[in-house]
Design a protein around this ligand. Structure first.
Ligand SMILES: Cc1cc2nc3c(=O)[nH]c(=O)nc-3n(C[C@H](O)[C@H](O)[C@H](O)COP(=O)(O)O)c2cc1C
Length: 178
């Protein structure tokens, strides 16, 4: 089974994790980028007005018979808006897919992701892995939003998170040996 990892990242964490997952699974890795600069203000406007920002590349390489693994940050409880264009492009032809995020987690889990994926892609993921930076930090004092959103994954974090993701996927899917 061919695997394609599609990632978006603002501050690097999700792209780094996506690259490591792609390497572990011998998958193709496509990074989504935006032509215009991303600010807190555009994050809020996208959320308020349900906007779909323009991104590159066009996802012609996805045919529908692959496993697609999306990797993206969570912004204000929602999947980062740059992924919306990918979802729109792929909705009509996507087969099995997985959603992975290394999010902040300072306020706990992000419970709306499964429903958002169903709404945007017309089907639920075969696996959803919402990893959190808060669990990588000391439990006391309790990590704040500032602590989690300024944290950059270490090489050790990336190895450990990749192992967690691959293990979770192996529980659900038949994957190539590492
Ligand atoms: C504007 C903004 C909103 C965020 N909202 C959430 C959230 O609702 N839940 C969460 O777990 N993390 C949230 N985060 C934390 C990011 O998901 C986290 O820092 C992530 O690792 C960033 O990924 P990146 O480096 O790939 O851009 C938010 C970060 C930003 C900048």
């Amino acid at each position: 089974m061919k695997i394609i990892v599609i990632s978006y990242s603002l501050t690097g964490n999700n792209d780094t994790l996506a690259a490591s997952i792609a390497l572990a699974l011998s998958a193709e890795h496509i990074r989504i980028t935006e032509p215009s600069s991303r600010t807190m203000w555009t994050i809020i406007l996208d959320l308020l007005f349900n906007r779909t920002p323009q991104v590159t590349p066009v996802l012609n390489m996805v045919k529908g018979n692959e496993l697609v693994i999306f990797v993206s940050p969570i912004w204000m409880g929602h999947i980062a808006s740059p992924l919306r264009s990918c979802f729109q492009q792929l909705k009509a032809r996507i087969g099995n897919y997985v959603f992975v995020s290394i999010s902040g987690g300072a306020d706990g889990a992000n419970p709306k992701l499964d429903d958002e994926l169903q709404m945007r892609l017309g089907k639920r993921p075969v696996a959803l892995v919402d990893l959190s930076i808060a669990t990588l930090l000391p439990a006391a004092p309790k990590p704040t939003r500032k602590d989690t959103s300024t944290y950059h994954l270490t090489a050790r974090d990336v190895r450990s998170l990749t192992d967690t993701v691959v293990k979770r996927l192996r529980e659900t899917l038949t994957l190539p040996a590492m």
